[in-house]
Design a protein around this ligand. Structure first.
Ligand SMILES: [Mg+2]
Length: 355
């Protein structure tokens, strides 16, 4: 099945907590501002761009920060205030899409694939959202626009602060070819050094590695790295509500190859369908989960434009997912099937009200 490219926007407020402090206290403009409890053992919650010039970073110990930049101004965090602004920003997002996945108070993924308003491109939607945020909160945000969450998150960092960057589907591979591996979310200093020692400095080089090599060096995360290096990330944008999942799973009596596992799908689909029927639910996202013989869990998901109704629809959706798993030589020990993205009450078909 050939699905059209998704349009994902990652919105990230610029130095959020510090920017709120600078906005509320204009006399701090141009000064290095640190949001933290001014106590011996506390760490920095946020550093303004001015403070970052002195090497100050969030999560840095305040004692270290004071050595690096004694003249920094300390402002106590005010989470009620941040939450209120975050709620306002989410209200702005909802003008453009209902598909919003918050990552924290100042970051969210938006899926605007289904947008049918007047703006022609996702980049225009991102620009409009950032303009609304600036006009209504006095704060700046940066945005990344890409076909999936992984790339959108990298892109939002590309033109920070107060900027945006697009990775179009045709640009994904050229973009990744030059990207330092350290830019992959989750690759910290230690992993970065390890990758470099293995000769993988760029994501392009990482994409030359065999899947087995990546699993050998990075465990189950290697599977994900294999996909990411190719610019592939099928994770849906899920609101809190959508993340709820109804699922079932079976542990196999003995480890089985990917090919043999397929015969369990009808029973799983029937069970999930019966569950959904009892709860009067239907969902548009299906997830297949496999646990390898050495206890690594892998999942593959697909979101559809309409809810999947009934056993055969679930089965039809699940079969192609199975082909997206690696055919591990050690086989699999567990298979699970789940449905999420439940339709809201207004979207439920009429028969739900028949007694
Ligand atoms: Mg931020």
């Amino acid at each position: 099945m050939n699905t059209p490219h998704r349009k994902i926007i990652h919105i990230d407020m610029d130095a959020f907590y510090a920017s709120v402090a600078l906005r509320d206290r204009p006399e701090l403009q141009g000064k290095p501002v640190v949001v933290a409890w001014d106590a011996p053992r506390s760490v920095i919650c946020a550093a303004s761009y001015e403070a970052r010039r002195y090497g100050l970073r969030s999560a840095m110990a305040v004692t270290t920060a004071k050595r690096l930049c004694p003249q920094a101004v300390y402002v106590a965090p005010d989470f009620d205030r941040y939450r209120a602004i975050s709620a306002h920003i989410h209200g702005i997002f909802r003008r453009y899409t209902p598909h919003i996945e918050p990552l924290s108070l100042d970051e969210a993924y938006l899926d605007v694939s289904g947008y049918d308003g007047p703006l022609p491109y996702a980049r225009d939607i991102a620009r409009a959202i950032r303009a609304d945020i600036a006009a209504e909160t006095g704060l700046t945000a940066s945005a990344g626009i890409a076909p999936n969450k992984f790339l959108a998150k990298i892109a939002s960092d590309w033109r920070k602060p107060n900027g945006q960057f697009v990775i179009a589907p045709s640009q994904v591979l050229p973009f990744l070819a030059q990207l330092p591996v350290g830019k992959i979310p989750g690759v910290g200093k230690v992993t970065e050094r390890k990758m470099q020692q293995l000769g993988w400095h760029t994501v392009g080089q990482l994409a030359q590695a065999e899947r087995a090599q990546l699993v050998l060096h990075f465990g189950r995360w290697g599977h994900r790295l294999y996909d990411l290096a190719r610019g592939q990330d099928s994770r849906p944008v899920q609101s809190r509500h959508e993340r709820q999942q109804l699922s079932t799973e079976i542990t196999l009596p003995e480890d089985e190859s990917l090919h043999r596992i397929e015969r369990h799908l009808p029973a799983l689909a029937a069970d999930v369908a019966a569950h959904l029927r009892r709860k009067q639910l239907s969902g548009s996202c299906i997830t297949l989960k496999l646990k390898s013989a050495d206890f690594h869990t892998l999942t593959r998901s697909q979101t559809f434009s309409a809810p999947l109704e009934g056993e055969s629809a679930l089965l039809q959706a699940a079969r192609p997912l199975l082909q997206r798993f690696p055919d591990l030589p050690q086989g699999y020990r567990l298979i699970g099937l789940g449905v999420s993205h439940f339709a809201t009450a207004a979207q439920l078909p009429l028969w739900e009200s028949v007694p």
